[in-house]
Design a protein around this ligand. Structure first.
Ligand SMILES: [Zn+2]
Length: 366
């Protein structure tokens, strides 16, 4: 969930060379070409162009404005009973959630036979850019409050008690007592508006697209991982059905991403962040005025390698798109229910971080 250092890493010359001996660029030569990343205005223009040629199938709704007045837009498409929410760029310096969700949306609109079937089974709410101000400033946080929008949904007394019960089971000290008027957060307008959109849509499933740093696969390989899947809550916070479903989603995504040939999907480390957007959505967290949607989504997230460059961008986007289709196809044809959830825990762990200083130690100060 953190892009530790977007500039640390360089594009690989050949995506297949995914090991630490690969062509890393020495310190001082890492450049990020922002012109290769779609701006909020470009993403919006593409969404509207798609809507215009979709013959009414795709509807773009502006649900409000960001803290700096940029449109917050959701693409709605599909007529199925199962509702899926996909969001990207909640962290402004983690760009490719927008490119990946837009690519996914394009395929939905272009309407092959298989896609038509998917749209009969599933209704989508797709948010390529949750935090447009953050993206324009290329910062993780929003622009007005400088807070992490993925820690700004609501937590109530019941969820708080659950957190402390999980902490106790892990031998961790309880969190200090809270004033729950304050712990129902929604400081940013983005959080408020997206909560109401979520409460209105009531998605069964959510997928949240992020970037992380660059890491090894496991602790004893020389391989680099470009893609991790993760769940933002301790299993003790979830119902058994939720825990099974979100792990099945992770397995379906990993299988599909691994098929792109250059990717070895790893498991994102343990976290438990109930005030995160997709977490609060799983917990029926309270809304901005303390109201309830009485809804629990099933949600997980993708993390792409942070190193972004002209040559690596294509496959970093593609692994996300493949992962999305892996989940969606399995949902559409009903096979998701047959995925072995326990395979999730067998995915290789995300290993130690890889930096250019590891590769070029004589060029680093420490
Ligand atoms: Zn993130």
């Amino acid at each position: 969930m953190a892009l530790i250092a977007a500039l640390l890493l360089a594009p690989m010359v050949a995506p297949g060379v995914a090991n630490a001996n690969g062509p890393f660029v020495p310190p001082g030569q890492e450049t990020l070409n922002r012109s290769s990343i779609l701006s909020a205005a470009e993403v919006s223009a593409e969404m509207h162009a798609l809507a215009a040629r979709s013959k009414g199938a795709l509807r773009i709704e502006e649900i409000g404005r960001s803290g700096r007045g940029r449109p917050l837009e959701i693409a709605f498409i599909g007529t199925g009973e199962t509702r899926v929410w996909i969001q990207g760029r909640i962290h402004g310096n983690e760009p490719y959630g927008a490119e990946a969700s837009l690519d996914f949306l394009k395929t939905l609109v272009s309407g092959g036979k298989k896609t038509q079937e998917v749209l009969k089974n599933i209704s989508f709410a797709i948010i390529p850019i949750y935090n447009p101000d953050g993206f324009e400033e290329y910062r993780r946080q929003d622009s007005v409050h400088r807070i992490d929008l993925n820690r700004d949904w609501g937590v109530d007394r019941q969820i708080f008690d659950q957190i402390n019960s999980v902490r106790a089971s892990r031998g961790e000290a309880p969190l200090p007592e809270r004033n729950f008027t304050n712990y129902t957060q929604y400081r940013a307008v983005e959080s408020q508006q997206f909560w109401y959109a979520w409460a209105d849509f009531k998605p069964h499933h959510m997928i949240d697209l992020h970037h992380q740093g660059t890491y090894y696969v496991g602790d004893d390989t020389d391989e680099m991982t470009t893609f991790s899947v993760g769940i933002s809550l301790d299993p003790g916070m979830l119902t058994q059905s939720q825990w099974d479903t979100v792990r099945r989603m992770g397995v379906a995504a990993a299988d599909a991403a691994n098929k792109s040939g250059v990717v070895e999907t790893t498991l994102y480390p343990y976290i438990n962040i109930p005030e995160g957007v997709v977490s609060a959505a799983m917990l029926n967290g309270p809304g901005p005025r303390g109201e309830y949607a009485n809804w629990r989504s099933n949600a997980m997230f993708f993390e792409s390698r942070g190193g972004i460059g002209q040559k690596s961008g294509g496959y970093l986007i593609k692994q996300n798109v493949n992962g999305l289709w892996g989940i969606i196809n399995a949902m559409s044809d009903g096979s998701l229910a047959n995925v072995d959830a326990d395979r999730y825990n067998e995915l290789p762990a995300r290993g130690a971080t890889i930096t250019t200083c590891i590769k070029f130690p004589n060029q680093c100060d420490f």
